[in-house]
Design a protein around this ligand. Structure first.
Ligand code: MD6
Ligand code: FE
Length: 211
């Protein structure tokens, strides 16, 4: 079921891996361009920063957020904050991004936060759980834009076998239910595989209910 279909039925993912739902090609090129324009507006107000982990390691992705709360990492730990490190209030979650949540999350509550990650060059993200939120009964919904990213899916605890899938521009991932706390990460991106972002790279937008 594509987003433009009239009936408000629960859409079906194209792929399910260990309970992680992938809606491949959810956004067409025009949708992606419209979303990108709105993300540019967010980044004007809340610039991308290269964060450090609590242990002081520089992350390879650049980050910012939209919504009531933004996810932050620095020497003080992983947490949500009401303002950007520069002191500004986070911009609202763009309407095109929110519309994806409404379509696929199955949640009556809206997201408090949209984390924006930019992968340039050799950026990647190690296996992690999304667990800085208060209530894991709400899903996490992510949108991929730009270059392909190799998404790795593990288990509820560290270690064990993993599976992987290339996420392409316009793909949407939903991690909910028993898959909400599964370990996952991005091994690498395929540079130049998309022409969407000027300057290349991959954007991932992750929406969450936080409080
Ligand atoms: C990424 N995604 O695709 C990283 N987390 O760049 C995530 O960490 C993620 O895609 C929770 C749910 C969906 C995700
Ligand atoms: Fe995550």
């Amino acid at each position: 079921m594509r987003k433009n279909d009239e009936e408000a039925v629960t859409p079906q993912p194209t792929v399910v891996l260990r309970g992680v739902q992938v809606f491949q090609g959810w956004l067409d090129r025009a949708d992606q361009l419209a979303m990108l324009a709105q993300i540019r507006d967010v980044v004007q107000v809340a610039p991308l920063v290269q964060p450090v982990t609590p242990s002081g390691r520089k992350m390879s992705v650049q980050m910012t957020s939209a919504g009531k709360l933004g996810w932050i990492t620095d020497r003080g730990g992983y947490r949500y904050e009401t303002t950007h490190p520069n002191g500004t209030t986070w911009p609202e979650i763009p309407s095109t991004v929110r519309a994806v949540w409404d379509a696929v999350s199955g949640s009556s509550r809206g997201p408090d936060s949209c984390l924006i990650n930019l992968y340039r060059e050799a950026a990647k993200m190690g296996l992690h759980q999304d667990r800085n939120e208060a209530d894991f009964s709400y899903p996490v919904v992510s949108i991929s834009l730009g270059d392909d990213g190799l998404f790795r899916i593990g288990n509820m605890t560290r270690g064990g076998t993993t599976e992987k899938i290339w996420l392409k521009s316009g793909d949407v991932v939903v991690m909910g239910g028993d898959a909400r706390l599964i370990f996952h990460g991005i091994d690498k991106t395929r540079l130049g595989s998309s022409t969407l972002l000027s300057g290349g790279g991959r954007l991932n937008l992750t929406m969450r209910v936080v409080t």
